[in-house]
Design a protein around this ligand. Structure first.
Ligand SMILES: [Zn+2]
Length: 369
């Protein structure tokens, strides 16, 4: 039922609308029109205001039969840099960028699939439950659109996010929680040549602390990273300040807590022995989720996959997505792969045939709900 040409046209149009994070205005306006034309009642929430964005989340509701499950379908409107003035190139089954930008199939592929799904439902008069479409802002760099989502008009308890890389049929049913860790080490400045004895070197303190940490892959379910270190003014000054940003992710809550604690303690203990002072900040960026195999949502997804001869592969991921936030808000949500690869790079591409299959899967889920 998927109209491949229409889907591709829609995708090409979407990626050419500039929509960097917090600058989603043009995309939001475009999508509000598209959703209204498809018969949905459309609104926009205030989520952009508190994060300095120029648009809110776009929400569309299509009422449906009471005896069918209500479903939330979601994709994000924003994209990473370099993602402006994208010139998509179609080569057979592949769509790529012209090479100097990303393609923004992350996540225009998800948006295009949802729009095509709605068009198919409308054109074929398919029976369906209540469908709630949420196009979020600011997914990249913190899932802030989903975090600020106004739930007032939403009722669905089951959700599908279309925002994972990989082949159609891959379903992310498990994703980690993430802690952000910030350490601010205060030492004491001194002339590095005249009286270094009077100084307390904040950078050396940081280095000693980091050397005590386990960083990288800690186990199959847990990772840790020190990502940035900023400090120091000149070679002739003992540095009195350095700021370090890191993260820990785990599929298992207890492991996350333990690994975060270990990093925090390494900073505190080392600062103690070096006579430095450290301020620690830990922020839980999002919580983990795990939709079990026998959950009604996955039973439905598997049934839909079987109906269109698409094998469903359940997979965990190391990354967070809006699905983490929807799950935390009480909407059981999985994340479907849309057929793209190498996202967030200028080599990003998508396979049209995979996007078609994912769209067909979404349509079938609605039909069977
Ligand atoms: Zn994405």
């Amino acid at each position: 039922m998927v109209n491949q040409d229409r889907l591709v046209q829609s995708f090409l149009e979407l990626v050419q609308i500039n929509s960097l994070t917090k600058k989603e205005r043009a995309m939001a306006d475009y999508l509000k029109e598209r959703l209204a034309a498809l018969g949905l009642s459309v609104s926009e929430d205030q989520a952009g205001e508190s994060i300095g964005g120029n648009a809110g989340n776009v929400i569309g509701v299509l009422e449906g039969q009471q005896d069918k499950q209500a479903f939330l379908f979601s994709a994000h409107m924003d994209r990473v840099a370099p993602g402006e003035n994208i010139k998509p190139v179609v080569e057979g089954d592949i769509i790529k960028s012209s090479g100097d930008t990303i393609l923004a199939s992350d996540d225009c592929a998800g948006i295009a699939a949802i729009l095509e799904m709605l068009q198919i439902i409308k054109d074929n008069n398919l029976s369906h439950g209540r469908i709630e479409v949420v196009f979020t802002i600011a997914e990249e760099g913190g899932l802030n659109g989903a975090k600020g989502l106004d739930l007032e008009n939403l009722q669905a308890k089951l959700g599908i996010v279309l925002d994972s890389t990989g082949a159609a049929g891959i379903v992310i049913n498990q994703a980690p929680a993430q802690d952000e860790i910030i350490a601010k080490i205060h030492g004491r400045a001194a002339h590095a040549g005249v009286e270094p004895e009077k100084g307390i070197n904040a950078i050396v303190t940081a280095a000693k602390a980091i050397s005590k940490m386990k960083i990288g892959r800690l186990d199959a379910e847990t990772t840790a990273n020190i990502g940035t270190i900023t400090g120091g003014k000149a070679t002739n000054i003992v540095p009195d300040y350095v700021e370090i940003h890191g993260e820990v992710r785990s599929l298992v809550e207890e492991k996350l807590v333990k690994a975060t604690e270990a990093i925090v303690n390494a900073f505190i203990e080392t600062a103690g022995t070096e006579n430095a002072r450290v301020e620690m900040e830990v922020n839980r960026l999002y919580s983990a989720y795990h939709i079990k195999k026998d959950h009604i949502l996955l039973q439905l997804v598997k049934k839909a996959g079987a109906a269109i001869n698409l094998p469903i592969q359940l997979q965990p991921t190391g990354g967070g997505s809006d699905a983490n936030i929807f799950n935390a808000k009480g909407i059981a949500t999985v994340n479907l792969a849309v057929g793209n690869e190498e996202v967030h790079t200028v080599n990003e591409y998508i396979k049209i045939s995979e996007l078609v299959k994912t769209t067909a899967l979404a349509v079938k889920i609605v039909e069977l709900a």
